[in-house]
Write a protein that binds this ligand. Structure first.
Ligand code: WTA
Length: 650
C-alpha cells in the first residue's frame, strides 16, 4: 500500500494511541487522579510543584490574583541561576553533562554542570565589571553558541533582566528592541554559522546600536578573521578577553523576589510594534521545571534535544530553564538540519544517544518531503519520547513522525503554548493520556482551559470558538514591558480575568482540544509568529509603495506563507525587479523569516465602504477559494481583477 493510503486508512480508523503499560509504569506522572486533584486545588498543586525548586526564603503565600495581575509565591525568594546550575554541584550532578553543544561545522563541546557554573560565575563577574546592576536590561543577539545560555544565566545570577533577540532578526528589529528595553549592554558575536555561510551579527549590531543608549558591546569570537569585523574603540570588547581576566571565584547568587522579572522576550502582535513579554523569576521557573517532569517525563539519564533556537520562547524554556532546572543533559545544535546534508539531525541523535526529541511540525513536514529513507538510515533506538510545538500538526505529519522517527514505540506529546504562557499548557502527559494525531489533547494538570463564543459561553463539542485559559497559572506573563494597558487590553480585554491567547479551537466529544490556528492578525510561518501589520509597515516604508495588505495563506510545509498585496505610488512602474526589491526590503526591516512568499500588485485593495481592508477576501483569493460575500465592498470589481492576476501567477 502506498504510504499516503496507509496513513489515510489509519486516520480513518480514528486511531488513538494509548500509553503502553511499560511507559506508564516508569512515568514520573502516572496517577490519573492528578488531574482531578489539581483541578480541585490548583494552588496547592502548584505549591507542591514549587517544592522542586530550591528557595532561599520559602514562600508562605501561593497566589494573589488581582485580575489580570497575578503574583505567585510572592513572599518567597530564590535565584534562578542557582536553581539551574549551582544546586546541581551539591546534588550529585556536579560532573554530569549539562550542555552537549554541537557546532554546525562539526566542532563540539561538553559542559558539565561544574564547568557551566564556572563559566556563568565568570560571566556574572564580567557583567558587574561592565557596570550591570540588578534590574538592568541586557540585550543578547547571538546565534546558537554556548555563550548564549551562559550570558542568560549570568544575568539571572546577578538579577539583571535579559532580553534575547533571535539572530535572524535584522538590525532594524534589533534596534527597536534595544530601545524599547532601554538596554545599555549588548552581547553579540562576530558572526554566526548558517548552512556554511555567515550571519553578520556584529555588522547588524553596529547598525542597530547607533542612536541607542548602548554603552558597551561585548563580542564573542565565533568565526574569527573571516567575519571581518570592526571593533569600535571604547565601546566594543571581546568576550574572551574580558572573561580571561575574570576571577574564577563563585559569584554569590542574588536573592530575587519571586515576582522579580527574569526576562523580556519580544513577540509579534496585531500592531506593527512587537510586545515585550515580561516573565517572572519563580513562577516562570516552576512552570518550566514542572513541564519537564510531567510532559517530558525527564529522568536523570535522559538526553534531551529541543531543536528550537534560544531566540524564541521554546529555546528559553526547553533548552535553558526547564531542562537545566531539572538537572538534565541537553543537546544544543548551532546550525541547519540540512548541513552538510539532510542526515544531520538523525546523525546527532545517533551520536549522542538522544532519548527525548522535541521539534516543530514544519520541520517534520520538511523531513517528510526529503523522504523517510533518510531517518530510516539511522539507528534512532535511543529515542523514547517525542514532542512537537509551534503550530497545529497535521495528522499525516504526526503519523510519519510516529512511524519513521519514533519507530512506532515513542509517545508523541503535541504541546500547545505561547511566549506568553511560559511553558506547555495543553499537552498529553505521556504515561496517562491517549493521543489522537492532530490534537494537543487536554490541558496539563493545574491549567484550566475552555472554548467559548464571543460572549464567553462554552460552545458545544464540534463547534469552533475562542480558546481561553480560565485561571491564572505560575508561568503566565506578568505584563507587556512598559505598556501594562496593552497587556490588559490584548489578553484580558473581552472577558474579565479570562486569558485570551488569540487561537481558535474546538473540543470533540471526548473533550479533546483541536487547535485551529490564530484568529487575530498574526501569521505563523514555520512556527515563527509574525504580525501582518509588521510586514505591512515594512512594505509601506519602501518609497515605491502606497499601500499594502498582508495575509497568511495555507502552505504545505511552512503551515502558513506570507502573501502581500501592494499598490504602488503614482508613476511607479511595477516589475519583477520591484517585487524582488520589496521582498529584500522586508528582510532588511524585519528579518528573513518575514520575507513574503509572493507579492501581487493591485490597482486598488478591496475595502469596505468604511475603508477597512477586507483581508478575508484576500485570503480567499490566495487560497483559491470561491469568494465570500463581496457586497460590502466599495468596488467589487477590485477583487475580480486581483483574482485573475493571482491565477495568472500560477
Ligand atoms: C501556535 C511557541 C497548535 C499557536 C511555543 C500559538 C500551536 C502560537 C502549538 C504561539 C500547537 C504553538 N498546536 N498551535 N502544539 N504550539 N502554537 O509565542 O497559534 O512563538 O498561539 O510560542 O503558536 O507562538 P509562540
Amino acid at each position: 500500500m502506498a504510504e499516503s493510503e496507509r496513513f489515510d486508512t489509519l486516520l480513518k480508523e480514528n486511531r488513538i494511541f494509548l500509553p503502553t503499560k511499560s511507559f506508564r509504569a516508569q512515568a514520573n506522572f502516572n496517577d490519573v487522579h492528578i488531574y482531578e486533584k489539581a483541578a480541585e486545588h490548583p494552588e496547592e498543586y502548584w505549591a507542591e510543584q514549587a517544592k522542586h525548586l530550591s528557595w532561599e526564603h520559602p514562600f508562605s503565600k501561593i497566589l494573589e490574583w488581582d485580575a489580570p495581575h497575578a503574583k505567585w509565591f510572592a513572599d518567597g525568594t530564590l535565584n534562578v541561576a542557582y536553581n539551574t546550575v549551582d544546586r546541581h554541584l551539591e546534588n550529585g550532578r556536579k560532573n554530569k553533562a549539562a550542555i552537549i553543544w554541537e557546532g554546525e561545522p562539526g566542532d563540539s563541546k561538553v559542559f558539565t554542570y561544574d564547568m557551566l557554573a564556572r563559566e556563568v560565575n565568570k560571566a556574572a563577574h564580567m557583567l558587574v565589571e561592565l557596570g550591570v546592576k540588578k534590574g538592568d536590561r541586557v540585550t543578547i543577539y547571538l546565534s546558537m553558541i554556548p555563550e548564549l545560555p551562559i550570558a542568560m544565566l549570568a544575568c539571572a545570577k546577578l538579577g539583571a533582566i535579559h532580553t534575547v533577540v533571535f539572530g535572524g532578526f535584522s538590525s532594524a528589529s534589533l534596534k527597536d528592541r534595544i530601545i524599547d528595553a532601554d538596554s545599555k549592554i549588548l552581547i553579540t558575536a562576530d558572526a554566526g554559522w548558517r548552512r556554511g555561510g555567515l550571519i553578520p551579527l556584529k555588522q547588524n549590531a553596529d547598525q542597530a546600536v547607533d542612536g541607542t543608549e548602548i554603552e558597551k558591546v561585548v563580542v564573542v569570537q565565533r568565526i574569527g578573521e573571516a567575519a571581518n569585523v570592526t571593533m569600535t574603540e571604547g565601546r566594543d570588547i571581546y568576550w574572551h578577553e574580558l572573561m580571561e581576566s575574570m576571577p574564577t571565584t563563585p559569584f554569590a547568587p542574588e536573592p530575587m523576589n519571586a515576582e522579580d522579572t527574569l526576562f523580556i522576550l519580544y513577540t509579534s502582535g496585531t500592531t506593527g510594534k512587537p510586545k515585550g513579554i515580561v516573565h517572572s523569576s519563580a513562577g516562570y521557573l516552576v512552570g518550566a521545571n514542572t513541564s519537564m517532569r510531567s510532559v517530558f517525563d525527564m529522568k536523570d539519564d535522559d538526553i534531551f534535544w529541543c531543536t528550537a533556537d534560544i531566540g524564541w520562547i521554546t529555546g528559553h524554556t526547553y533548552i535553558v530553564y526547564g531542562p537545566l532546572s531539572a538537572g538534565a543533559t541537553v543537546v544544543m545544535y548551532e546550525g541547519a538540519p540540512d548541513w552538510p546534508d539532510r542526515h544531520r539531525f538523525w546523525r546527532i541523535i545517533e551520536k549522542y544517544g538522544v532519548s527525548i526529541f522535541y521539534t516543530a511540525p514544519t520541520s517534520i513536514r520538511t523531513f517528510m518531503k526529503w523522504g523517510h529513507e533518510i531517518p530510516m538510515a539511522h539507528d534512532l533506538s535511543t529515542l523514547r519520547l517525542m514532542g512537537t510545538v509551534g503550530e497545529p500538526i497535521n495528522p499525516e505529519a504526526w503519523m510519519w513522525y510516529h512511524q519513521y522517527v519514533g519507530r512506532e514505540k515513542c509517545p508523541i506529546v503535541d504541546t500547545w503554548w505561547q511566549t506568553e504562557t511560559g511553558c506547555a499548557m495543553i499537552a498529553p502527559l505521556p504515561g496517562l493520556v491517549a493521543t489522537k494525531p492532530g490534537s494537543a489533547t487536554k490541558a496539563v494538570p493545574g491549567i484550566s482551559v475552555d472554548v467559548v463564543d464571543q460572549d464567553g459561553q462554552s460552545v458545544a463539542p464540534g463547534q469552533g470558538g475562542y480558546l481561553v485559559i480560565t485561571k491564572p497559572w505560575p508561568s503566565m506573563l506578568r505584563t507587556v514591558w512598559g505598556d501594562d494597558e496593552r497587556f490588559q487590553k490584548t489578553y484580558f480585554g473581552q472577558l474579565r480575568g479570562i486569558y485570551l491567547p488569540g487561537d481558535g479551537a474546538h473540543l470533540d466529544e471526548e473533550k479533546y482540544i483541536w487547535i485551529l490556528g490564530r484568529i487575530d492578525d498574526v501569521i505563523n510561518v514555520s512556527g515563527h509568529r509574525i504580525g501582518t501589520m509588521e510586514v505591512e509597515s515594512a512594505l509601506v516604508d519602501h518609497p515605491a509603495v502606497a499601500e499594502a495588505a498582508v495575509i497568511g495563506r495555507a502552505h504545505e510545509v511552512k503551515g502558513q506563507a506570507i502573501t502581500a498585496f501592494v499598490t504602488v505610488k503614482e508613476g511607479i512602474e511595477t516589475s519583477t525587479d520591484l517585487i524582488a526589491e520589496l521582498k529584500q526590503h522586508v528582510v532588511k526591516k524585519i528579518g528573513a523569516m518575514a520575507r513574503p512568499e509572493e507579492i501581487l500588485f493591485a490597482a486598488e485593495l478591496p475595502k469596505t465602504r468604511s475603508a477597512k481592508i477586507m483581508r478575508r477576501l484576500l485570503r480567499d483569493i490566495a487560497e483559491g477559494r470561491a469568494l465570500g460575500d463581496t457586497t460590502t465592498l466599495a468596488d467589487p470589481s477590485v477583487v475580480e481583477s486581483l483574482k485573475l492576476q493571482y491565477q495568472d501567477k500560477e
